[in-house]
Design a protein around this ligand. Structure first.
Ligand code: ATP
Ligand code: MG
Length: 356
């Protein structure tokens, strides 16, 4: 199979962790006979330094023409004093919007070998924690009309939460599709006892659910969901929810796994295209020191193979290689525990590539 992948190494630890993911992808190509062609574009701080903006139109067009984008991370203290529209993170918002990436998939999986890092008691976790959050990414409060005005001698601020049936339907379809590849259960999270947008959400989700009789669909109010995630996390397979609820709940779910250096993510549109990146940031405090954990980025590359290229076997090979390395006792600093062997970013990449 031949694919064109756009690489955004980015800032901070971005270049180091993307290089390790490339090592692993090279191994996959060698073993399974694929050809991946890479084009580098700049985004975030490195683009600001080179072009004065966090994402150029040309870079966005290059990304649009690719089969998928693999991203390290953007941002860092170097660009903190720039005005809002010139911040590195604006590059990320611009590429999400520009590519219509309305679906954000964040798996939260607790590796049995890393159980010690989980903040919940053993009897709550039971035999494991393995779920994904399917979050709507281009609508809701973050993109609604906003305004701050002076009224009766005080400031009044307003944000609006808007969803159309079509916006809800397309993310719901993504949620049910992914549930079919997993344990066939969708928990749709809303606040339908209070919000009109949530009542529409619930109605449309039920319509979509009717086309997936093999997938169980449960409604849950967002406040209850926040509680259930720590009370009984095993009940979750796929959480399907709107933009802000998803932002909050995906952070909560990721903490159950104990380590941000292990978690991948994908942002998808209606086509097979996707942007894949680790859930963590650019970790400027450890950049360039060979200390970063590359596993979140390597697992993001595995998601790319699975979702954009339908290469399930190859994705399994990467995920199994990660499991083996952990079982063999190798750890980067962020997941280190007694009796394990501490390795750097490069060695971790080598060990995983070897086991693919
Ligand atoms: P952002 O705003 O970009 O999400 P952040 O301020 O949330 O960034 P991160 O960059 O995610 O922060 O870093 C938070 C902490 O986690 C830092 O101490 C960082 O060193 C650590 N960290 C993040 N990613 C990794 C990784 N891959 N390996 C090891 N440590 C990491
Ligand atoms: Mg962060």
């Amino acid at each position: 199979m031949e694919k064109n992948i756009v690489l955004i190494k980015g800032d901070g630890i971005g270049p180091e962790i993307v290089d390790e993911a490339l090592k692993v992808l090279d191994k996959v190509c060698e073993k399974y006979g694929h050809t991946f062609r890479y084009t580098r574009i700049l985004m975030g701080g490195e683009s600001i330094d080179e072009y004065g903006v966090p994402l150029t139109d040309e870079a966005l067009d290059t990304a649009k023409a690719a089969d998928a984008v693999l991203l390290g991370s953007v941002g860092g203290p170097k660009w903190d004093d720039l005005p809002g529209h010139l911040r590195p993170e604006k590059g990320l918002l611009a590429i999400r919007k520009g590519l219509g990436l309305f679906a954000n998939v964040r798996p939260a999986y607790l590796y049995p070998e890393l159980k010690a890092a989980c903040p919940l008691r053993d009897e709550i976790i039971g035999d494991g924690f393995d779920m994904v959050v399917m979050r709507e990414l281009t609508g809701g409060l973050y993109f609604g009309a906003r305004e701050t005005v002076e009224q009766d001698g005080q400031m009044v601020a307003k944000d609006t939460l808007t969803y159309s049936e079509e916006e809800i339907r397309r993310i719901a379809v993504k949620g049910f599709d992914i549930a079919r590849k997993r344990r066939n259960k969708v928990i749709s999270v809303d606040k339908a006892n209070v919000l009109d947008s949530s009542r529409l959400w619930r109605k449309v989700v039920h319509e979509v659910a009717a086309s997936y009789p093999d997938v169980e669909c449960v409604d849950m109010l967002v406040d209850n969901c926040a509680m259930q995630l720590v009370k009984d996390p095993k009940q979750f397979d796929v959480i399907l929810t709107e933009n802000m609820f998803g932002d909050i709940l995906s952070d909560e779910a990721s903490m159950v796994t104990g380590s941000i250096g292990m978690l991948s993510s994908a942002s998808l549109n209606e086509t097979k295209f996707g942007l894949y990146e680790p859930s963590h940031g650019s970790a400027p405090d450890i950049a360039g020191m060979d200390l970063a954990n590359p596993i979140a980025t390597i697992l993001s590359a595995a998601m790319m193979l699975r979702y954009s290229f339908d290469l399930d076997q190859e994705a399994d090979a990467i995920e199994n290689a990660v499991k083996q390395v952990l079982a063999d006792g190798y750890r980067t600093g962020d997941i280190m525990s007694d009796g394990c062997k501490q390795v750097g970013c490069k060695e971790m990449g080598d060990l995983i590539a070897e086991r693919v």
